[in-house]
Design a protein around this ligand. Structure first.
Ligand SMILES: [Zn+2]
Ligand SMILES: [Zn+2]
Length: 141
């Protein structure tokens, strides 16, 4: 597929591009953000190329739930507290890469002002938390 062939996250998932992978299974890959905005900053992606959260529907609830579970596992493995974390998705046009990715940030106190209050501001026009995304998708059923 031409689109996924040029997608940097698809290339990371296919190991055609290098990234510091912290978790992978048959459906998901998680790697360190190349420009971290927090002490722990990981991106968890599905291997399938979904462009952005606007494409998610009620059919994706299980997938989004699973991504939350994996995110908490990764944080625990990395010695970070899942409770003191920010998990969420960017809305267009705030996606740097058009491939669905869950930002995993920990702890919020390590984030700079711009990241905390603008780029990753909870439930803003730029960023929707994982919990709010699940609510949104459940409301679509
Ligand atoms: Zn992709
Ligand atoms: Zn993003």
């Amino acid at each position: 597929m031409a689109e996924s062939g040029s997608c940097v996250f698809c290339r990371i998932a296919a190991e055609d591009d290098r990234a510091e992978v912290v978790y992978e299974d048959s459906d998901y890959v998680c790697f360190r953000d190349r420009s971290p905005a927090a002490t722990h900053h990981y991106l968890l992606i599905p291997r399938i190329h979904i462009r952005n959260p606007g494409e998610l529907t009620g059919e994706h609830i299980a997938m989004v739930e699973k991504m939350g579970e994996i995110a908490r596992e990764i944080l625990a493995q990395q010695g970070a507290s899942p409770e003191d974390s920010r998990l969420g998705f960017h809305w267009p046009p705030f996606l740097r890469v058009q491939h669905l990715h869950l930002h995993i940030l920990n702890p919020p106190s390590s984030m700079g002002w711009f990241a905390r209050h603008l780029l990753f501001r909870e439930n803003s026009f730029a960023f929707m938390t994982h919990a709010a995304m699940l609510d949104r998708l459940r409301s679509m059923l």
